[in-house]
Design a binder for this molecule. Structure first.
Ligand SMILES: [Cu+2]
Length: 175
């Protein structure tokens, strides 16, 4: 079973909001929100069980009363990347807020970062080939021109491979 999960909605550059239903637990239990942006949580408590009367946050340390059969707003200040836990007073109901950097918000699958990694690997491979070609031509002077040419061809090939892999998604995980 996949865990219920929600992303806070960014309404303005400095304002994001998420709604949480409180009934036999928190729904969603896991919230992904932006680090560095204040977060408004709207708790909809659809019960009057004593268990869910209070909600306690790990960072900052907040303790709030939730109105039964109503909505209660809790404002969290802007915080750095990390996790904020919230529980009922007994620790029976548990929720988690993941504060992440903007980059991972825009690329939930981490695509942007992976493409950058691929370009980096391509460039590193090309540099390595060039270095090897240079060393080889220095060691064998008579073959210098030939090996240098071969080195440049390999650099071109490696670079174009890396670029095409990024742009055309040659790797299945890029989708
Ligand atoms: Cu409780």
């Amino acid at each position: 079973m996949t865990e219920p999960f929600a992303q806070a909605r960014l309404v303005a550059p400095d304002f994001q909001i998420v709604h949480i239903t409180v009934r036999d637990g928190y729904r969603p239990r896991t919230i992904v929100a932006r680090a560095g942006v204040p977060l408004r949580l709207v708790f909809h408590r659809d019960e009057d069980a004593a268990c869910s009367e209070r909600v306690i946050f790990s960072s900052p340390r907040l303790d709030r009363h939730l109105a039964p059969h109503g909505a209660t707003i809790v404002e969290l200040p802007a915080q750095g990347p990390g996790e904020v836990r919230f529980t009922c007073a007994m620790g029976v109901y548990r929720g988690l807020i993941r504060l992440t950097e903007e980059r991972t918000m825009r690329h939930p699958g981490g695509r942007g970062r992976r493409s950058q990694l691929r370009v980096g690997v391509g460039v590193a491979a090309a540099a390595l080939v060039l270095l090897a070609a240079g060393l080889f031509s220095a060691a064998v002077p008579t073959l210098g021109a030939v090996s240098l040419l071969a080195g440049f061809v390999m650099v071109l090939l490696a670079t174009s491979l890396a670029i095409s892999a990024c742009f055309f998604g040659a790797f299945p995980e890029s989708h």
